[in-house]
Design a protein around this ligand. Structure first.
Ligand code: PMM
Length: 278
């Protein structure tokens, strides 16, 4: 799917949020030069590709306008691509995806899985860029009001299946589709754990699977001390533990803020999977 990147192990995607309000790194990389430096540092620490996003999707987040999103992401994408970095753009907007690809990004990461912007699927179809379709029900402002599932794994699989079908119907080549169960999006902490325990149900759909647990609230809840959530910057070891398990379960890529431990973890998982195949 991405020539030049390793095919024999789970990939590590590093995160650069060019936003003032993302839950784990909001406000830290708002200026383009700082964001580019940070992206390069993520690569030095083992990221295979870097995901650049200009719009926060934290629970409750409001949307920003398209011009502001473009203003945030394009210079960072150009700067990273100029240094040879493989970049994905984390956006729900077709126009932002298109301009980001023109600026050199190679992958579309649409957390709405094609649902937020009706033109996204045709941009993916026309450009032939790989697209990550994440399970998504509603925008972040209201997503936590949409957390009812009869059977969380079966329901997400079915809804993600509809998103995949929509993309294929719009002309997206199935070999360019990555799926993502969307941890934390219209999901409680309990749901996230159930999904992680059943990643094989997503892997068996036959599409590469991306898993993004990094620093999310459910890890803070797991590691809470006397009812106080473990702060975001204390969740990286747990994130790396999830990486190991996700990679061992056959994930194609994991998306993390702190790539170094996960870069080691995917190598451990690949070695064990190799052993399992003998
Ligand atoms: N989560 C966030 C942002 N982008 N993309 C994909 N594909 N999957 C995710 O679960 C996902 C994402 C929110 O986390 P952040 O604020 O740390 O970027």
């Amino acid at each position: 799917m991405l020539p030049g990147l390793p095919q024999d192990r789970c990939l590590v995607m590093g995160v650069v949020n060019v936003t003032p309000d993302s839950f784990s790194d909001g406000g830290r990389w708002l200026d383009a030069d700082t964001a580019i430096r940070h992206g390069l540092e993520l690569v030095r620490q083992g990221a295979d590709l870097v995901d650049v996003g200009g719009e926060s999707t934290r629970p409750g987040a409001l949307r920003i306008d398209q011009d502001e999103e473009l203003r945030r992401v394009l210079p960072v994408i150009r700067g990273l691509v100029a240094e040879g970095v493989v970049v994905s753009v984390d956006t729900m907007r077709a126009a932002v995806a298109r301009q980001s690809l023109e600026a050199g990004a190679q992958v579309i990461n649409d957390v709405s899985g094609g649902r937020a912007d009706p033109d996204m699927r045709s941009v993916a179809a026309e450009t032939e860029a790989p697209i990550v379709l994440m399970h998504w029900r509603e925008h972040s402002a209201v997503m936590q009001q949409h957390t009812h599932y009869d059977d969380v794994v079966a329901d997400i699989r079915a809804e993600l299946g509809q998103q995949v079908d929509g993309a294929i119907a719009a002309g997206v080549d199935p070999s360019r589709i990555v799926i993502d169960p969307g941890l934390g999006f219209s999901k409680t902490g309990e749901h996230n754990w159930t999904v992680l325990a059943h990643l094989d149900a997503f892997v068996e759909l036959g599409f590469p699977v991306l898993v993004a647990a990094s620093r999310k609230r459910f890890l803070g809840e797991l590691l809470a001390d006397d009812g106080v959530l473990r702060p975001v910057d204390g969740r990286d070891a747990a994130t790396a533990a999830v990486t190991t398990l996700a990679a061992a379960a056959g994930a194609w890529c994991i998306r993390v803020h702190d790539p170094a431990p996960s870069a080691d973890a995917v190598r451990v998982a690949a070695r064990l999977r190799q052993e399992g195949r003998r």
